[in-house]
Design a binder for this molecule. Structure first.
Ligand code: ZN
Length: 276
């Protein structure tokens, strides 16, 4: 009986004592003291330890939590020579809304040629996102790509023509065709081309596993390999690709996982909050 009571008391404490992270968002961990040889893993995934941007005595880890993660208690494993420890955190379901969208049938069920094209474009993008650039380009807080009303948030569950079920993997900004689209931080353009679903697209590498994506543009002002400074115009907004109207789709990939871009800005920008 005594053990039963102890168990009852400990279980909620273990849950509430852990950090909470909404699925589909990123968590930034800061370490003031961590052995130089320490490595981090989250599930089977290795998470690189990086320099804190404003305090060189500290290190950070940027942890993406996939939207499709089953909510519940998860562990981050820290290993180093002669020891190690585990950090608990609780992945929550949140309250993502859902919506139904009607588009041209060919964009829901593409023909064979279109399927080959989208498969090729998918492989090309995955290869980019799997590339970890050691150099850090992001040296200041991240900014929104435009100052406009948000028409669809990240994570909204989607039904296309009542058949294809997916979720919204970015944030949509209301934008008349021709509105300038600005890059969120310093970086290098790694993709600038027309694609089947995303239309005219730009992807920028900010280093250390962070990529930002800008879709459905009407005009591209950059090309692959261009070095861009924060705020530079990447192109003009439009309605190319699979869309129901003109808007900017903005997305962030972190260590190969899509995360809520604006929540990511909020989380990572806190590292700059006490900068001198
Ligand atoms: Zn979108």
């Amino acid at each position: 009986m005594k053990y039963f009571v102890v168990l009852l008391l400990c279980l909620p404490l273990a849950l509430f004592g852990a950090d909470s992270v909404l699925k589909g968002t990123a968590k930034v961990l800061t370490f003031s003291k961590i052995p130089a040889d320490a490595t981090l893993t989250f599930g089977t995934r290795h998470i690189p330890l990086l320099q804190h941007p404003t305090d060189t005595s500290k290190r950070i880890a940027l942890i993406p939590v996939n939207y499709r993660t089953q909510p519940g208690l998860k562990q981050i494993r820290i290993s180093y020579k002669g020891g190690g420890k585990t950090l608990d955190f609780n992945v929550t379901q949140g309250h993502y809304p859902s919506e139904t969208i009607t588009v041209a049938p060919s964009k829901v069920t593409p023909n064979k040629k279109q399927q080959e094209r989208t498969a090729r474009e998918y492989q090309e993008a995955m290869k980019i996102y799997a590339t970890f650039t050691k150099k850090r380009y992001w040296k200041q807080p991240f900014i929104a790509p435009m100052d406009s009303h948000i028409t669809s948030r990240f994570g909204t569950a989607r039904m296309y023509n009542n058949t294809l079920k997916s979720y919204h993997s970015g944030t949509d900004f209301r934008a008349a065709v021709g509105t300038p689209v600005h890059v969120t931080n310093d970086g290098v353009v790694v993709l600038a081309k027309e694609r089947y679903y995303a239309g005219n697209s730009v992807v920028v590498d900010h280093g250390e596993g962070i990529y930002s994506c800008y879709y459905h543009l009407s005009k591209l002002h950059v090309k692959k390999g261009d070095v861009v400074a924060q705020g530079a115009t990447l192109g003009l907004s439009g309605m190319s690709g699979r869309v129901t109207g003109p808007h900017l789709h903005y997305a962030i990939m972190l260590n190969g996982t899509q995360v809520d871009p604006l929540a990511f800005h909020h989380e990572i920008n806190r590292l700059f909050a006490h900068a001198p």
